[in-house]
Design a protein around this ligand. Sequence first.
Ligand SMILES: [Zn+2]
Ligand SMILES: [Zn+2]
Length: 352
Amino acid sequence: MRAGVVTPGVKDSYRVLEMPAPEAEGKVLFRPDLIGICGTDQEIVAGLYGEAPPGEDVLILGHEVLGTVLEVPAGSRLKAGDRVVPIVRRPCDHCHPCALGQWDQCQSGDYTERGIKGRHGSLSERAAASEPFLVRIAAEVGDSGVLVEPGSVVAKAWRQATLAQRRLPWVPRRALVTGAGPIGLLAALLLTQQGLAVTVMDQVSAQSGRAEAARALGAAYAEGSAGLAKGTAFDLVIEATGFSPLVFEAAAWLAPGGAMVLTGVTGGHREVEEDTNQFNQRMVLQNQLMVGSVNAGREDYESAVAMLERAAKDHPGWSQALITRRVSLAEFPDGLLHQPDDIKVVVSVGSA
Ligand SMILES: [Zn+2]
Ligand SMILES: [Zn+2]
């Protein structure tokens, strides 16, 4: 089978290789249809991140996956033709959260991740996964099932915020999402579904497709911090840019008792000057909270599926419209190059 691979640690080593079909004994064999491309893929292709499975030189990419089941083992609750999304992370075998099935909270760092760390992904003509690590997608979700994985990141961020905010009487009304990429827009979707008044902030023009997608949900769009109404305070901030100076800037917009969830990262180093006394004062005197959130558990994938099912009814075509470009397996590197109108670029694995 053809597969899109890199040699981890080697810059621009992406190529399409003929690879052996996956070992499917006792597993569900599926055909990857669409694979989303994101910043993690960019880092792996740049040689900054990524790890091949033990004993192998190459890593098959592809962690944001929508597939169709081909064959199931005896006793499976899935059947051929079902559309599925594989869960990215697998637990380590020696930490407490992983032992409890909360691999997204792994504390040893020894987890593996499909298409990222120590485990092949699904950027290939065939893939296999054990059934507990597959989530079934309703037919009406269609191709936007490829957004379940980024959606699960958002669902976990919301779950973390609501769990942590049980520390006080918290009735969130206003939310700010920083970043209008796929994660930010899916966060806006989830938060509007929760009944919050949402503002999405990004640098892109208020006439851009991203701003349009935010407004289509009933969210407000702010072009940079200058676009925010003066004095507005938010009960919840979801930071989805990974631009670290914004973490400090956005902390100043939190309401008393408010929470900020950080979901993005940028590699390397950045130094900025900050009034840390002011930052500390606000956090202490207003009982504020900041929490980091990475990856997602099974329940978050299921929440993401429910979110996209509801979106298909409330806003038909909205989530499909986030998929702005499709490339073939061979064109994957073009998919990494950002074009002005891109929101989510996906690989259509079957296309020539
Ligand atoms: Zn991703
Ligand atoms: Zn662990």
